[in-house]
Structure formats: C-alpha cells, structure tokens
Design a binder for this molecule. Sequence first.
Ligand code: CA
Ligand code: CA
Length: 202
Amino acid sequence: MNKGNQGFSLMELMIVLVIIGILAGSFAALGGGLFGKGKDRAAKARLQSLAIMLETYRNLEGEYPDDRLPASLVGNRKNENAEALFLALFNPEYTGERPSQEWLVNTDEDEATRAATMLQSRELFEIGDEWGNPIVYFESLHYSDKEEAVVLAGVDFMEEQSVSPGRNERTGSFSEPNSFQLVSAGADGLFGTDDDIFSYKD
Ligand SMILES: [Ca+2]
Ligand SMILES: [Ca+2]
C-alpha cells in the first residue's frame, strides 16, 4: 500500500481544522445572538410583570405607588422614583405580590435613616432590570417637568444620566397619560438609545 494513502496529509488536516474553526465560530455567534435576544425577552417580561404588580397595587391601595420619596427619606436626589417604587412594593402593609428580591439593586449605594420596608436592610434599593440598572418609574400625576437622575451600574464605573417621561413622537403628549411608565436602559446600559425597553411599547 502506498504510504501517502494511509491517512490525512498535512494539507487535508489543515483544511479540516479551518472548517471546524469556521463552524465553531458561527455556532458561537448564533448562540450569542440567541442568548442576547433571550435576555431582551426576559427584560421585557420583567417590566410586564412589574406593570401587573402596579395594577394590583392600585386595586388594593386605590392609587399607583408614589414616584417621589417621602420627605423624611429624601437623600442624594438620585434614583428617587425607582427607590420610591421599591418602598411602596416592599411596604410591610402592602399585601399584594412583590418583585423578587433578586431584582433589587442599589446603584447609587445610598441608605435610608431607618429601615422603611419589610426587609431588614436600610439600603434604599431600586428594582433593577436584567442588566443591574434601575428600572425608572414615572407615575402619571407627576409627568410634568419630571426629570430623574439615574445612576447606571456600568462595568467599572458609575455613570449618571437624566431621564424624563416618554412622549408620543407624533403628538408630543405624554405616553400612558393616566397610569405610569416603566423604562429599562436595555443591554447597552444607557437611556435614550434604540434598545431601551418600555412597559407601554412593543
Ligand atoms: Ca439607591
Ligand atoms: Ca439603551
């Protein structure tokens, strides 16, 4: 038997390795894309379940949670309406469904002067999105002139951004004029970009 036919030549091996490399690369890209989309879906689902909790809250309490901190707790003026939403949903007297404690973040790392919720901690948490940034909450009673300073988690730094209630692009009037708006900064961790997620938009 000719020695040259006994196995793969070096050239054949290299071709096979290149093909395996290309296939592995495309599977990784495909998997990454699917994973990214899955996280977006989970983020949207989180906003939707939070929106249902707010409707439950209104059924039980007669109004949506306040998006302002009580005067006794006003601190660094950052993440305030996200913190107000946390205080409302973790109020010991509230009997409806609460967000998972796994969702809680505290990107501005502040504390209340007293433990104001059913949790032992004095931390002024925010309800966070899938990427660890606060979900911004606007209650329709206070849309006018509302501007929220939000501290973003970032990767190695703390970044601050100002966020205002969303308006209809055509008419300029506030979206959801009789209820509330929930907004996540999305995968890029910045508000005002295309991947932002809204409770009131598909
Ligand atoms: Ca906080
Ligand atoms: Ca964004």
